[in-house]
Design a protein around this ligand. Structure first.
Ligand SMILES: Nc1ncnc2c1ncn2[C@@H]1O[C@H](COP(=O)(O)OP(=O)(O)OP(=O)(O)O)[C@@H](O)[C@H]1O
Ligand SMILES: [Mg+2]
Length: 276
């Protein structure tokens, strides 16, 4: 078997008194697309940032392509990150640069010829339906357009691994579908490995080989989309089928439903059959 692309081993991360990741272990195989679902504030973005070493874990280890990015110096980290695409939750564009310069940023750093950069940028922009925005600046774009520019930037250097932090949040259904198709195509044609954080259950079921549900800094359940959908776990059912969870009177979204403690990987052979 090929070495996994990502290994997250018993990772813990806290900010002051707040424990955000609470012993997360996760392996992502080459070419696999894993969707991470979970409520707001449960540590999904922190998990992605820890994988790409924008944040260091307090305990545990992370390896990406067999390398511990956290052990590298800043320069070596930057180099290792060049092979990894990252779609930030906010678009995180440079306001003073136009779309060409934003998307082509990694290529300018490599000092590629201007016409080659423009060609590659245009190709990626057309993938996300924004070919005619190449000379605009971010302030001239809508939020959803900025988000798609962020996606184009993440896929510019032909990365072998892409981490997406809510790539479709706030987009209309048609654009969401375009993004989902891009994620699927990148995997099918280029064998890209992906981790996709999303609140969009439909997207997760469309794109993922495996779904991981995070709650309060722990993986509470994981399985194929079919296994997740058929899980009789009440918390999963409520999340997947969109019923509101209990919200206490302070407005805190802390749920009263008991979430099972240990990771429960569903057996692989239980329910691959179609319901019909
Ligand atoms: N740099 C930071 N300093 C202090 N606390 C942080 C930092 N980054 C994240 N946190 C805290 O960690 C918790 C998890 O944040 P995270 O951004 O991972 O949530 P999330 O699951 O991505 O939520 P959402 O779905 O709303 O994006 C939050 O309580 C947040 O306030
Ligand atoms: Mg987040």
């Amino acid at each position: 078997m090929k070495d996994p692309v990502i290994v997250v081993d018993q990772v813990e991360k806290r900010f002051g008194e707040q424990r955000v990741l609470n012993g997360v272990s996760l392996t992502v195989a080459a070419g696999e697309t894993v969707a991470v679902l979970g409520r707001s504030g449960t540590g999904k973005s922190v998990l992605l940032k820890t994988i790409i070493a924008l944040m260091d874990p307090d305990r545990g280890a992370v390896r990406v392509f067999g390398q511990d990015l956290h052990a590298l110096g800043e320069h070596a980290r930057l180099k290792a990150r060049a092979g990894i695409g990252y779609v930030f939750q906010g678009a995180a564009l440079f306001d003073s640069l136009n779309v060409l310069e934003n998307v082509g940023f990694p290529l300018y750093q490599l000092r590629l010829p201007e016409d080659e950069i423009r060609r590659q940028v245009l190709d990626r922009l057309e993938m996300v339906g924004l070919g005619d925005a190449i000379d605009k600046v971010p302030s001239e774009l809508s939020g959803g357009m900025q988000k798609r520019v962020g996606l184009a930037r993440a896929i510019i250097g032909e990365p072998r691994l892409i981490l997406y932090d809510e790539p479709t949040t706030g987009l209309d259904p048609l654009t969401t579908d375009v993004i989902n198709q891009i994620i699927l195509r990148l995997r099918r044609k280029l064998g890209v490995t992906s981790v996709v954080v999303t609140h969009d259950i439909r997207s997760a079921f469309t794109i993922a080989d495996r779904i991981i549900m995070l709650d309060q800094g722990r993986i509470v359940i994981q399985g194929t989309p079919e296994q997740i959908e058929r899980s009789d776990n009440r918390w999963v059912q409520q999340f997947v089928h969109g019923r509101t969870l209990d919200v206490d009177s302070s407005g805190s979204s802390r749920q009263r439903i008991v979430v099972p403690g240990p990771v429960r990987a569903l057996p692989p052979d239980t329910d691959r059959h179609s319901p019909s």
